[in-house]
Design a binder for this molecule. Sequence first.
Ligand code: 5GP
Ligand code: ZN
Length: 211
Amino acid sequence: MILDDIYGVILERRRNPSPDSYVSALTTKGKDAILKKIGEEAAEVIIASKGLDKQQVIHEMADLWFHCMVLMAEEGLSHSDILKELEDRFNKKKEQDTSGCIFCNIISKETPAGIIYEDENVTAFEDINPQAPLHVLVIPKKHIPTSLGLTNRDNELIGQLFQAANKIATERGVAERGFRLVMNTNPEAGQSVYHIHLHLLGGRPMHWPPG
Ligand code: 5GP
Ligand code: ZN
């Protein structure tokens, strides 16, 4: 990616200052000089944006972006630090969007649903439209719309979902006979509630492949 290429050059010019390099000259003046430059570039973005010339806005934004990268090098930051922060904010926003989620309402007990298991992070309840003698939904209390929204931060949570399902399967006497754990993702798989849930199905022989 071009950002990584440019950042690589900035790091190189810091490590091995060369007399005709703009970055070398700026960084040898110290952090205050970089900060001053960022302030100036931000002001230039504002001025350009007040005008009508889109190309000028692009030009000034590129200048600002470039100087932010010079500061990143000064602070010892990498693009992945900034990208991770943006990603976390984006994911948090998605997680917070629980309005109208039927399963969040079941977790908060606003909507009754025979809850058969609950701990700090997991809730489990009988499916309203059972597809087998035992059909339980095991869900995280955290609102995650689909399995595609899972991140490394959820690794432990996923383990907890499976362990809760195992516990219920054992208690309901299907552990040894056999049971099925299914998570549907997105329309073609038949996902109808966009808060991830593990279907625990048991109590009858099952076919494979599933329909
Ligand atoms: P999906 O189709 O998303 O994989 O599974 C959603 C499941 O949630 C379905 O099996 C459906 O019967 C169940 N379900 C939907 N709404 C409710 C509800 O309000 N209460 C309960 N207990 N189950 C529900
Ligand atoms: Zn939810």
